[in-house]
Write a protein that binds this ligand. Sequence first.
Ligand code: NAD
Length: 442
Amino acid sequence: MSDRYASFAHTAPGRALVKRLGLPDPPRLRRYHPGDPLTHGPVRVDAAPGGRLVEPLAKLLTSAGVEISDPNTPRQAALLFDATGITDSSGLRALFDFFHPLARALHPSGRVVVFGTPPEDCASIREATAQRALEGLTRSIGKEFRRGTTAQLVYVAPGAERAVESTVRFLLSGRSAYVSGQVIRIGPAEVPEVDWTRPLDGRIALVTGAARGIGATLAEVLAADGARVVALDVPDAGDALAGVANAVGGTAVQLDLTAPDAPLRLADHLADRHGRVDIVVHNAGITRDKTLGRMTPDRWDSVLEVNLSSQERINEVLLDRALIPHGGRLIGVSSIAGIAGNPGQTNYATSKAGVIGLVQSMAPVLADRGITVNAVAPGFIETRLTARIPLVIREVGRRMNSMAQGGLPVDVAQTIAWLASPGSAGITGNVIRVCGQSMLGA
Ligand code: NAD
């Protein structure tokens, strides 16, 4: 769906009018294209005294071909600050000292990443307090810097210093164009060698709801990253599904996820064809909006069934039959409605909050099996789902975020691909919003 306002705002007369009237100014976001360099310019890296990440970061960037700039470089593509050395609130001054002189030095679609220690892993109350404070800085920078800048806080547990590369690569690149204001947690993990041009080479990836929208784009992105995609959707969407599967060289499974025998049929298919499934993305989802007083039981039941219960049943069967091996990735698709709630969406928000519950409760249980469980929570993404929203509400949804525009299916797909990467072994139990830092539930 096209965003006519943004298209107009990108023309010369449009730009002038937007400026004069102080209207929302949606920047052109830098999105990833195969072959792109990691950053479009030099990156400034610094640390508070005692930081344990600054060295591994500098090494990682250099080996990835990124130019590390000195303080006199006028324009930066990204600002990386290792705050793990901050042990009390007076140490927070180091953040001001680093960011203040550089606040106007970022390229459009610049990147800000602050690295900290998870407060729960800190040695003292004062250290935990200071580390928690980092969230306020990063979220505010995301709202303040504008021009497509994204800002994130990455909490790296002690011992996880070598597990950060997939995250650094994702956050610096155009793959994370619509992810901002997020807090990402990385724990210690064995990270295998990764071919960063095709990180999913040889992986089998199941994508539900793959016939259109986010699922169809996800199939493309995972295939481009090297995965063999099993695309699943309802039999009614068979033609579109076949089109997606053929386009990505994958296979199609026509199946209604809510059918009682769906988990067994799916497990049989995966076992017969591939012997396993490395990546499971529960993307299929529906809305049946009505205010609670007007909602019929079938609207409630169908949304809960598709968006949550069927996924639980499928997970259970795939795990019971040991079809998801060590290194496996389970990824749910939640929504900011599941975080913030939404009028007319009690059923949908309940199901999507349930997806978050599923991620958080399964992550520790599956850690021993080397399987990670995470979710993305999209905000306003330009698809058929959001095209149906009445115009005024749609415009509000689109603009009420730090990017002043809706995201694209590819933004969600790239975020899922990052979580699916073998390099993301240290990321589990995370819920990453892909919402351009929406004001809703922020
Ligand atoms: P979409 O309606 O375009 O696609 C959903 C797909 O799921 C469809 O192809 C549909 O046939 C399939 N599906 C539905 N029920 C199924 C079932 N019982 N069995 C198998 N397949 C089934 O939606 P989308 O916008 O691409 O959304 C994808 C996911 O992202 C959903 O979970 C949605 O809730 C979530 N999401 C979307 C947005 C957005 O702005 N578009 C925002 C937040 C979350």
